[in-house]
Design a protein around this ligand. Structure first.
Ligand code: PMP
Length: 438
């Protein structure tokens, strides 16, 4: 057996032990998971929430805390994969939702909430003069792609290897069978030459380039500003519409990553927290481009969606944007995230691991780094990160098993200290046990 294989076995054994300890301490979650699996494939209805041996079941949540059905409390650093930016029970949103309960919902008619939320978001994002709401980020991206195809009269869609733009728009190594059946041209993130070459070859057929300013699910890999500015230039040169998927990165400022970067895409898609934590998605662009949905301006596109203007989301979104998501709050969150990431980086380095990210979003990687694109993670052993995940769960801290942290506004400076101390302790423990090596 090679030294590498011996080490792999050590990681595997340590993970088996960690999963067994986890299961022993959560008999109620285990029973609920078994029962749920009879009616829900894998016992849940959102694949990303599943992890071995079974995900704990939440009994209640408040601020940045989750409490499971076995009574374990967790500092929630997953923040619902960014949708939980506001924390679990912001009073401003609760009041707004209560006002909907008093006034009625499922209107099947137009109300003022959608107009007010549209005004607020159009006032924030430089690329968005007009906007339409959807029920999810996936749907927003599908709509934006089809809008681009309609406007350009071209059919192909350019995306980056490793990108995730929704359940039907995943460009990693798995998930292919459910991909929306567009004709894709794939390029490499943070590699402008790969984009220039692909556009030189296929540019006349490409309707849009769909890209995140920071690859979120791809591992929190920030776009190099030169790369993103280069994309803007190349898209203009080739008549390709640049779509920024800001479903995750919109939190980087009041005007998202685009405002922070000073780069204005043609279309932008939004999602997650901007509906106050209710189901949400949106896509927008110039008044001219969005005129495609306005029959009065000759637009021929219809945009369906029973819940596009659902009262809960519209009202909760207005409360969140007006009362919570101020420039000060978002700038502070961004700065706090940068500071925290700088603090955890040296801790991870002692175990041959690294972190990437931007502002309040960060990824933990099982390699020493630097990691600038998905290719840098090929061959890495994700179980090293899962081990750390379990060690931190034992210290009452929850983030994504794949090593993803999304800070919420409810996370406090004391929570940061708790993370740094717990991470240090966890890494030392795993090094001592020989489960991780430096
Ligand atoms: N785009 C990005 C960048 C995302 O991270 C996600 C969800 N994680 C989506 C789109 C899809 O959003 P939703 O889950 O609301 O469909």
């Amino acid at each position: 057996m090679s030294i590498d294989e011996v080490q792999t076995d050590t990681v595997g054994r340590a993970l088996d032990d960690a999963r067994a300890r986890y299961a022993d301490r959560r008999p109620r979650s285990a029973a609920q998971a078994r029962a749920a699996a009879r009616v829900l494939p894998a016992g849940s209805t959102r694949s990303v929430l599943d992890f071995a041996p079974f995900p704990f079941r939440v009994a209640r949540a408040s601020g940045a805390e989750l409490v499971d059905v076995d009574g374990h409390r967790y500092l929630d650093l997953l923040g619902d994969y960014t949708a939980g930016l506001l924390g679990h029970d912001p009073p401003e949103v609760a009041d707004a939702v209560r006002s909907v309960l008093d006034r009625g919902w499922s209107l099947g008619a137009v109300a003022d909430g959608e107009h007010r939320l549209a005004e607020l978001l159009c006032g924030r994002f430089p690329s968005i003069e007009q906007i339409r709401f959807t029920n999810s980020g996936t749907e927003a991206n599908l709509m934006a792609i089809n809008l681009a195809r309609h406007l350009t009269g071209r059919s192909r869609v350019m995306v980056c290897d490793g990108a995730y733009h929704g359940g039907l728009l995943y460009f990693g190594t798995t998930g292919g069978p459910l991909q929306a059946p567009f004709d894709y041209v794939r390029v490499r993130y943070n590699d402008l030459d790969s984009v220039a070459e692909a556009l030189a070859e296929h540019g006349d057929d490409v309707a849009c380039l769909l890209v995140e300013p920071m690859m979120g699910a791809g591992g929190c890999l920030a776009g190099n500003p030169d790369f993103l500015a280069g994309l803007r230039r190349l898209c203009t040169d080739h008549g390709v519409l640049l779509i920024f998927d800001e479903v995750m990165t919109s939190r980087m400022s009041t005007g998202g990553a685009q405002l922070r970067l000073g780069i204005t895409p043609d279309l932008t898609t939004l999602g997650k927290y901007l509906g106050g934590g209710m189901t949400f998605g949106a896509f927008g662009g110039s008044t001219e481009a969005m005129g495609a949905f306005d029959p009065a301006r000759g637009g021929g596109l219809t945009h369906g969606g029973t819940f596009n203007n659902n009262s809960m989301t519209m009202t909760a979104g207005v409360a969140a944007v007006e009362q919570i998501l101020t420039a000060e709050a978002l700038d502070r969150l961004f700065a706090d995230g940068e500071t925290l990431r700088a603090r955890i980086a040296p801790v991870l380095a002692t175990a041959g691991m690294s972190t990437t990210g931007w502002g309040s979003l960060m990824g933990i990687h099982p390699v020493p780094g630097p990691v600038s694109g998905p290719a840098d993670l090929i061959g890495a052993d994700p179980r090293r990160v899962e081990l750390l995940f379990h060690e931190l769960l034992e210290r009452e801290i929850y983030f994504a098993p794949r090593g993803f942290i999304a800070l919420s506004l409810a996370v406090t400076p004391a929570d940061h200290e708790h993370l740094v101390d717990s991470l240090t302790d966890a890494v030392e423990t795993l090094l001592q046990r020989g489960a991780l090596t430096s």
